[in-house]
Design a protein around this ligand. Structure first.
Ligand SMILES: [Zn+2]
Length: 199
């Protein structure tokens, strides 16, 4: 690894550490807010943004399409909770935040389906990995804050905070490793056109 790449990696790790501290502070504020308030909802969004940054930033220097990768990872993490709006069929923050359980789209099945769809839309950029990092970080935080229907829509699972921290670390390391693997180039398709001699 040359010195410039090393510097980029160190800078990413430093910014990820700052994001971790900021997210921890935001999480404490989120815990103090009454459930169902706008403040509670906004801080939850900030925490999801921060957690996605912590997981994605160390991986980013290993990716070839950094801007798209970062946007998909962070974007998927912060927009997943839009399913609350659809499930509650209401525009009131209170109704989104006080649902008995998180919607079925907070699951591994939905995460894999989205990763597949994104790869189909923009193949060869490894954006499926960005979805796994973004949605994965979101689901892991949710597992420690009320749980999510990870495997089955009617079975809400909760994890203890240490298990979530260990899984977030594992997700980052796995993401870093997979992002650095060489991308197989798509073979060029040569179209054989019939040439009309009369034209
Ligand atoms: Zn959520």
């Amino acid at each position: 690894m040359n010195s410039t790449r090393q510097l980029v990696h160190l800078r990413s790790l430093f910014v990820a550490s700052v994001a971790l501290i900021a997210t921890t502070i935001a999480h404490r504020g989120w815990k103090r807010q009454p459930r169902g308030t706008t403040g509670h909802g906004m801080l939850d969004l900030v925490c999801h943004f921060g957690t996605a940054c912590v997981v994605t930033l160390p991986v980013l220097p290993n990716t070839r399409h950094q801007r798209e990768f970062g946007l998909v990872a962070i974007g998927s993490a912060v927009t997943l909770d839009l399913d609350h709006v659809l499930a509650a069929r209401s525009l009131e923050v209170n109704s989104w935040m006080t649902m008995p359980s998180r919607p079925p789209t907070h699951s591994l099945g939905a995460m894999l389906a989205l990763a597949w769809a994104v790869e189909r839309m923009a193949p060869g950029k490894r954006l499926w990995l960005a979805v796994l990092l973004g949605i994965g970080s979101h689901l892991l935080r949710d597992l420690a804050t009320g749980g999510a229907p990870l495997w089955h829509p009617r079975r809400v699972i909760t994890w203890p905070v240490p298990a979530v921290f260990a899984s977030l670390t594992l997700l980052t390391v796995a993401g870093w490793f997979l992002a650095g693997m060489p991308i197989r180039e798509q073979p060029l398709r040569i179209r054989h056109r019939r040439i009309n001699p009369g034209s």
